[in-house]
Design a protein around this ligand. Structure first.
Ligand SMILES: C[S@@+](CC[C@H](N)C(=O)[O-])C[C@H]1O[C@@H](n2cnc3c(N)ncnc32)[C@H](O)[C@@H]1O
Length: 257
């Protein structure tokens, strides 16, 4: 993947950064493109083996994964808490000539995902629910949201989680080897996808992800639960790597015709 985003500003935690999730992410997205615009590799690899249907992308950001899926025949819905990100994603969909029937974007706090009166587009069921780097340095009830997301997967459908499993080596160096607090990350291939998270619980192993989901093995099968390592360029241009947890599970049953 290329590193083509104009994302040169530093996303290290600011002492005065807002703690409210909506305000935090709104200020994170600011006025310029943050991510590279490229699909996340684990999603591309997983989706390649699936028959296109309906898909929900949790924390879609500027919409690159949604656009990629829509261009391959999926009816894709992306949801994000940031209005700026959603506006950017809609603009990209228009530029790619993708109507709302193929790539729809919803601004919503996913804390509402289990609510009956959640947005109509989030009601499901979905053939695929995906979450790429759905991690945050501010409040995020990830467990509740991911469990609600699993409930939205159709029989025979899939749930894919791709997450930072560890902070990057350069963040460890910056923190004198104590990377458990306030790491700085790249969820795409290099600094164009930088962001920070805090606390060890925010770097889940594949096993952590499966515990978070607590899926009934009679109802679900695990297809992938492993670490995927990406070669990247550190901010000082040195060679580095990033570890991602990748979990792909399938809900048993026969997909509806
Ligand atoms: C690290 S970014 C990942 C963005 C995108 N999936 C990617 O791979 O580039 C995490 C995203 O989750 C979104 N987010 C955080 N908390 C959220 C919430 N409660 N509801 C909806 N989106 C949220 C943020 O706005 C941000 O776009």
């Amino acid at each position: 993947m290329s590193t083509d985003a104009n994302h040169n500003h530093d996303h290290a935690p600011q002492a005065d950064a807002p703690q409210d999730p909506t305000a935090f992410w709104e200020s994170h997205y600011g006025d310029e493109q943050v991510w590279s615009g490229n699909v996340n590799a684990s999603l591309a690899d997983a989706a390649e083996h699936l028959i296109p249907g309906s898909v929900l992308d949790l924390g879609c950001g500027e919409g690159a994964d949604v656009l990629w899926l829509a261009q391959r025949g999926w009816r894709a819905v992306g949801v994000d808490i940031s209005q700026a990100a959603i506006i950017r994603a809609r603009t990209a969909a228009e530029a790619a000539d993708l109507g709302e029937d193929r790539a729809a974007f919803v601004r919503a706090d996913l804390a509402t995902l289990a609510d009956r009166d959640r947005h109509e587009s989030l009601k499901g069921p979905f053939d695929l629910v995906t979450a790429s780097f759905f991690q945050s340095p501010v409040a995020l009830d990830r467990q509740r949201i991911l469990r609600a997301a699993a409930d939205l997967v159709a029989a025979g459908g899939h749930l894919l989680l791709t997450s930072h499993a560890a902070p990057p080596s350069w963040a460890k160096e910056q923190m004198g080897g104590h990377a458990d607090h306030a790491g700085k990350h790249a969820s795409d291939d290099t600094s164009d996808h930088d962001h920070h998270t805090g606390g060890p619980a925010e770097f889940p192993s594949p096993e952590d992800e499966l515990s978070t989901l607590a899926l009934d093995p009679h109802e679900w099968e695990t297809l992938t639960a492993g670490i995927r390592t990406r070669d990247v360029q550190a901010p000082d241009s040195a060679h580095a790597h990033l570890d991602d947890s990748v979990v792909l599970v399938r809900r048993r049953g026969i997909p509806a015709a």
